[in-house]
Design a binder for this molecule. Structure first.
Ligand code: SF4
Length: 475
């Protein structure tokens, strides 16, 4: 490929990327001739559902280049890491992982290593890769993952390491190919970034401001997925309830759900994540009237103490949260509510933890992810005073965990003897006579069956509750 090939590249997207996909596949073929074998790739994803979705797109691009996906990182000719930076120790773990890979790297001198994702949005991380991990060939961030083929072209053409990290997001690029992990369910991005700046969270700094996708594009994607056999979509955003707020003439999230509901073939709709401050009565009404929206709301609490919520910049009080959660319980009684809770936030006292426990006892969550606060460099909370000792945090964490477990055991167990629709997802990992699926409320069920059931919605009688999951049988 010559300079002129870069000059000839279309200026508009996604045409430009399809152009580079074609050119990159030619370069890959040449490289295959040189090394004497067919080239393969492996994508390793760290972190959240957003990253998982980004990785599906990058897998789509790499497949389009004619590369074969392999299960082992060490066996691949192109290894791509999609990183997460939510906690400081996630970064340390990643450096360790990268070092181990290079230890095994000596056999494949032609291997291309690429690193992208949230960690790469931090200058210090890029500097560290440059100085200590010189075998990393391509570095890019969260805003330009759609450019993977272009970056591979650049690297192969110039034979020099490529770094392309953008400070700010540009326009949303549609129609990039994707390879889904599951043929029957798929995430659908409805927005990117976050404007909330919770004081403990790095996401707004590495993923940029909130941008919503055009509703027509979202519906078009859902229709395409349905035509390909997808039954369940998960609408993804850091704060789905504020969908459309910053898009001119856009519909809001409840209206978007109504539109997705009209897509023939889509039988289940999930969404993640709901910020409590933006969850409207209209959304509750839409959920009530829907036959497709799943009976599950993940409603992150973080703390039950208004004082701590203020320090976290969560923009709701304990009372407002409780009022909302109880309204959901009343209006949508079959709907499971799950949450996230942080213990050990700077300045937290035993009284604040008591408020959190009170909340757990009143809302009675079906499940909760409970975290010990971990300071994230670059966030306001990291320099807040009042950190408690490890012993204090461990003790308080155990109190919170016990409350969560007591309540969720009772609440998640209330569906025993029901017949529920279950989407079968996979063979059971421990017992090959069982399959595993999820109910609408997101709880897991194991029951006798074979692989022909995977991807199907079946009626299952819940015969035994085993604390957080069920055993059942098809009826
Ligand atoms: S809402 Fe808060 S916790 Fe969630 S991504 Fe935005 S800043 Fe982070």
């Amino acid at each position: 490929m010559t300079e002129s090939v870069f000059e000839l590249a279309p200026k508009t997207e996604p045409e430009r990327q399809y152009y580079f996909m074609e050119n990159a596949s030619v370069l890959i073929k040449k490289r295959e001739e040189k090394v004497g074998h067919h080239l393969s790739f492996h994508v390793t994803t760290f972190g959240c559902q957003m990253n998982a979705k980004d990785s599906e797109k990058m897998t789509g691009i790499l497949t389009k280049l004619g590369l074969d996906e392999v299960a082992e990182e060490t066996a691949a000719d192109i290894v791509l890491f999609n990183t997460c930076t939510i906690r400081d120790n996630a970064n340390q773990k990643f450096y360790g992982h990268l070092g181990t890979l290079n230890g095994k790297n000596h056999k494949n001198k032609n291997r291309i290593v690429a690193v992208c994702g949230c960690m790469m949005q931090e200058k210090t991380c890029v500097e560290k890769l440059k100085s200590s991990y010189g075998f990393v060939n391509i570095i890019f961030g969260t805003h330009n993952i759609y450019k993977l083929a272009e970056l591979i072209c650049l690297y192969l053409e110039k034979n020099e390491n490529v770094i392309d990290v953008w400070d700010k997001p540009a326009d949303i690029v549609e129609d990039i190919p994707a390879v889904r992990k599951y043929p029957f369910k798929s995430g659908v991005n409805i927005m990117y970034g976050c404007n909330n700046y919770c004081t403990y969270c790095i996401v707004p700094y590495v993923r940029g401001n909130e941008r919503s996708r055009d509703a027509k594009e979202i519906i078009r994607e859902c229709e395409k997925l349905a035509a390909e056999g997808v039954k369940e979509v998960m609408l993804l955003g850091q704060n789905v309830n504020s969908y459309g707020n910053r898009l001119r003439n856009s519909i809001g999230f409840p209206e978007l759900l109504r539109e997705v509901e009209k897509v023939n073939g889509i039988e289940r709709i999930r969404f993640m994540t709901s910020h409590p401050k933006d969850l409207s009565d209209e959304l509750i009404e839409v959920m009530k009237a829907s036959s497709k929206i799943c009976k599950h709301i993940h409603l992150p609490l973080q703390s039950g103490s208004t004082r701590i919520l203020k320090a976290m910049n969560r923009c709701y009080t304990g009372e407002q949260y409780l009022d909302l959660a109880l309204r959901i319980r009343k209006e949508l009684p079959d709907t499971a509510i799950t949450t996230d809770i942080i213990v050990g936030f700077p300045g937290e006292t035993e009284e604040d933890v008591n408020d959190t426990i009170d909340m757990i006892r009143q809302v009675k969550y079906e499940g909760a992810f409970t975290f010990i606060y971990s300071p994230r460099t670059g966030t306001p909370a990291a320099s807040m005073p009042g950190r408690q000792s490890k012993e204090w945090i461990k003790r308080e964490f155990d109190r919170v965990l016990k409350a969560v477990q007591d309540e969720s055991r009772l609440m998640a167990g209330r569906f025993l003897d029901n017949v529920e629709k279950v989407l079968v997802e996979e063979m059971n990992e421990q017992d090959d006579k069982l399959v595993t699926g999820r109910m609408s409320n997101n709880l897991m069920v194991h029951f006798p069956g074979d692989s022909s059931l995977i991807g199907k919605l079946v009626d299952v009688k819940l015969t035994e509750y085993r604390g957080f999951y069920y055993m059942g049988r098809i009826v």
